[in-house]
Design a protein around this ligand. Sequence first.
Ligand code: SF4
Length: 295
Amino acid sequence: MNEKLLSELKGYQIVGGHSAVKTCLWLKKSLKDEGVCYKQKFYGISSHRCLQMTPALMCNQSCIYCWRPLELLKGFSGWNEPEFIVEESIKAQHRLLSGFHGTAGVNRKKLEEAYKPNQVAISLIGEPTLYPQLPELIEEYKRRGFTTFLVTNGTNPDMLEKVSPTQLYISLTAFDEESHIMLNRPPRSNWERILRSLDVMRNSDSRTVIRLTLIRGYNMDEKAVRSYAKLIERAEPDFIEAKAYMYLGYSRLRLRYENMPEHADIVEFASKLSRETGYDVVNESEPSRVVLLRG
Ligand code: SF4
C-alpha cells in the first residue's frame, strides 16, 4: 500500500493489501440519535449496524464526480482470501467504533449493537468487481448473518453473473456512450459492458436497484430522462434511486458547487422519470437528496 494513499485516506481502516473499512456519516449520526441513512428509511437496514467496506482500493474508471482520491488508487501485491477480509473488516469496524466510547450523546445500547454488524455495504471506494473472489466474499458475509449490498459501476458483467448479494446496485451517471466517455472517463469505452450488466441485472435473483447520480448541467435534461428510461426498461430493476451528486472531496477539483442539484431538482427529475418509465415515486430523503421509485 503506498504511503501517500495511506495518509490521504483519513478515517479509513486499511484491511490487508487492497481492502478498507470506514464508518459512514450516517452510522455516526445514528449512534447519536441524530438521524439515519436513507437506506434505513427505504430498505429497513440499521444504519448503526452497517459495515461500509471495499475489497478493491482501485478502479477501472476515472469519473469526474468521484469524491475519492483516484490519482492514488494504484498498486498492490497479491489478493487476500475472502475469510481474511471478512474477519479483518469486522475487527476494523470494532477499532473504528472504539473511538465513540468517549463521545458525548452516544446511545449506549446502539453502540453495543454496532459491535455486531449485520449489514455490509460493499461500496466504499473503488470498483468491487475487480476483486476476483467477490462471489466468495459475499457468501462469507452471508454465512456470518450479514445482508449484503453490492454497488458496482457495471463494467464487469461476467462477475455480476456470479454474485448473489441481497441487493445489487448498478450505479449509472452516463445515459449513452458519449456521456459515458465524458463523465466516467474510462481508458477505453466500457459502454457495451455496462449494457450487458443491465441484461444481467434483469435476470438477477437479488433485489435490484439502478442508482442515478445526477449532476446539474450534465445528465438531467429531457434527452437524459428519455435515455435513462430506455436503460431502465432494459434492466427492469425493482427500484430506481435518483440521487444528487454531492460536491465533496476530490470531485471539487473537477466540478463546481453549482453542479450539485437541490433536492427540489431531484424531485422534479424523478417525476419526469416516473412519467417516462411508469415507475412510481414511493419515498424520498431530503438530507441525502435522493428520491426512490419502484416498478
Ligand atoms: S466508478 Fe466509482 S470509484 Fe470508480 S471512478 Fe467512478 S465513481 Fe469513482
